[in-house]
Ligand binder design. Structure first.
Ligand code: BEZ
Ligand code: FE
Length: 289
């Protein structure tokens, strides 16, 4: 086909997908082309604006390395990550809701035992977490692999501290026969997502703030159950309604209770303030396929 114009080009591109023998890929590519072209027609995208966008995407890729994932950040701040999470998480009633993964997860952090302190020297006020992993009937799940990660009092993850060689405020614990997972860490605080790259520029140019409400991340795997990737947010945070990555769900608000010293959950008597958090994670059964 020649003499293509703005009205005929979309179908011309879609016709070229005739030879694609992967039906899902063909469906996705067809829809992508349709929506991309409609978007360009809708805003009357100029050549120079498209070049600016290509420079932005190039810079986004160039900002990525083994510790920094600017494309995930872009997807998160555009709400695309949370949209995919929301579409895939029609869990049974009572199961804990999922939220965004974020870019700071590590698959093999240090392993700890019940009651251990996972902070590794991270800055922050002490927090004692008593979690439980149960199924939708309330039955404890033993041996669940619980991967935890969070930012410190400066609002930074360990991987963002360039001088750090070890891990801080992250680790893996396994639930005991009561489904219990108890550990000490530091109180999470609200923090801005990294703004020193193209995504930060995008947020600035569009008048958006970069803040996430305080939270601790959890990824929980147990045999026979759906993997749960979620956070527990501080219910008193100022950014709950305007989370930059749209990840807050009311069911994920936790009560981080402040204690002005006294007997801590680990049996010690503390002469300084500490916090406690109790939270139950309810896993959904694997759907038989
Ligand atoms: C996080 O919670 O770690 C996170 C999520 C999305 C973007 C940036 C950070
Ligand atoms: Fe986070």
């Amino acid at each position: 086909m020649i003499n293509i114009d703005e009205h005929t080009i979309t179908q011309a591109v879609i016709d070229r997908l005739d030879g694609c023998d992967n039906p899902r890929l063909k469906l996705v590519m067809t829809s992508l082309v349709r929506h991309l072209h409609d978007f360009a027609r809708d805003v009357r995208l100029s050549e120079s604006e498209w070049m600016t966008a290509i420079a932005f995407l190039t810079a986004t890729g160039q900002k990525c390395d083994d510790k920094r994932q600017e494309f995930i950040l872009l997807s998160d701040t555009l709400g695309l990550s949370m949209l995919t999470v929301a579409m895939e998480n029609d869990k049974p009633a009572g199961a804990t809701e999922a939220t965004v993964f974020g870019p700071f997860h590590i698959d093999h952090p240090p392993e700890f035992r019940g009651g251990d302190n996972i902070s590794g020297g991270a800055s922050g006020e002490p927090l004692f977490v008593s979690a439980k992993v149960i199924d939708t009937n309330g039955k404890p799940i033993k041996g669940a692999r619980v991967n935890i990660w969070q930012a410190d009092a400066e609002g930074l993850y360990d991987v963002q501290h360039s001088e750090l060689t070890g891990h801080q405020a992250r680790g893996i614990l396994f639930s005991d026969e009561h489904g219990a997972v108890d550990f000490q860490t530091v109180l999470p605080v609200s923090y801005p997502v990294p703004t020193d790259g193209p995504v930060g520029q995008m947020l600035l140019s569009t008048g958006r703030h970069p803040w996430r409400p305080a939270h601790v991340h959890f990824k929980i795997d147990a045999e026979g159950y759906q993997t749960l990737i979620t956070h527990v947010f501080r219910e008193d945070d100022d950014y709950l309604q305007t989370d930059v990555v749209f990840g807050v769900r009311s069911s994920l608000l936790g009560q981080y209770v402040r204690h002005e010293g006294g007997k801590a959950p680990d049996g010690r008597t503390l002469d300084h303030a500490f916090y406690t958090l109790n939270f139950d994670f309810v896993l959904a059964n694997l759907v038989a396929s």
